[in-house]
Design a protein around this ligand. Structure first.
Ligand code: P6P
Length: 305
């Protein structure tokens, strides 16, 4: 489906931008909610991971608003068991607060969103837009469509209640990079998991990369990917001996991030094939994730062959 095809009464491009609008508008509210929600919620998510109170807040805020976007027909979240049928149109998948375990140490985290023109679980090739909000020293949003990748600074211009009809306050978005391209010369790398748990072939690849690039690993995919997008390099949460499919989820993390990197001139692989070509076989399926400079991803696939 092209950007100008209709998704209901509007074009695909219009619906994708409406989804980005919702995620951007929620960002200051999510950021304001973090200090009071650094505790565990007492529940686990469908992947068996501890859910923080901040995860619950972000998930509930975004679910209500994204489900209400015209021409969005399906909604799914990393925090929810199944896909919600919310009408007719495109499908939206989110990781509402990626890296929420970083709340304890006050490190970066983010919100990831993918817009698919297919029922979930879907192939990454069905993505028509994807992006992420990064809650770092400032709040930024990186979004990708068929037109390319842009970066915005997202600021709350009024606090809740001061924004008139907007209970969450008003938000200003400033495009700071119109068209992001992955730097040709890689500089940084970040690899998840523990060295003893890496398969030998990945460890030998990692040793080569470690001798060439600078380590940048913050424990939240969104922050680590943003460093790769900014400086060039590679981020991986690879297959582990203890977890052959790795840790990250295809629908909510790997597909959207791989789409952003491909649109920026980079690549994403599960170690054997493009991440966007991985066959979906479950809403919460995990997949080894390696994204960044195409030549580093090619070297990885050679090392794992
Ligand atoms: P580890 C965060 O929990 C996350 O899902 C990703 O954002 C991040 O890349 C990964 O897990 C970090 O995992 O094992 O280093 O804590």
């Amino acid at each position: 489906m092209s950007d100008d095809d209709s998704a209901g009464d509007r074009t695909v491009r219009d619906v994708v931008e409406s989804v980005f609008d919702v995620v951007a508008a929620a960002a200051p509210e999510i950021r304001r909610a973090l200090p009071g929600r650094r505790v565990e919620s007492g529940t686990d998510n469908p992947s068996g991971e501890t859910v923080m109170a901040a995860d619950v807040y972000a998930d509930e805020l975004l679910a209500d608003r994204l489900a209400a976007v015209d021409d969005v027909g399906e909604f799914a979240s990393e925090e929810r068991e199944s896909v919600a049928d919310v009408g007719t149109g495109l499908a939206v998948a989110i990781d509402p607060l990626d890296g929420s375990s970083n709340l304890q140490s006050n490190n970066a985290m983010g919100t990831v969103v993918g817009v698919y023109d297919a029922s979930l679980p879907a192939s990454g090739r069905d993505l028509v837009g994807a992006g992420y909000v990064l809650y770092g020293p400032i709040t930024t949003m990186v979004v990708a469509t068929a037109d390319g990748v842009r970066e915005e600074v997202v600021e709350a211009t009024t606090a809740p209640g001061e924004g008139g009809e907007n209970a969450g306050g008003t938000v200003t978005r400033s495009v700071v990079e119109e068209s992001i391209e992955l730097p040709a010369d890689p500089t940084v790398y970040g690899f998840g998991g523990r060295v003893p748990d890496w398969p030998p072939d990945f460890e030998s690849y990692a040793r080569e990369i470690e001798s060439e690039l600078k380590l940048r690993y913050g424990g939240a995919m969104v922050g680590d990917v943003n460093q790769v997008l900014t400086y060039g390099g590679v981020f991986a949460y690879p297959a582990l001996q203890s977890a052959p499919n790795g840790k990250l989820r295809l629908q909510f993390e790997a597909n959207p991030i791989a789409y952003v990197l491909e649109q920026a001139g980079g690549a994403g692989s599960d170690g054997e094939r493009d991440l966007l070509d991985v066959e979906p076989d479950g809403l919460h399926q995990r997949v080894p994730l390696h994204v960044g400079s195409e030549r580093l991803i090619d070297r990885l696939e050679d090392a794992l062959a």
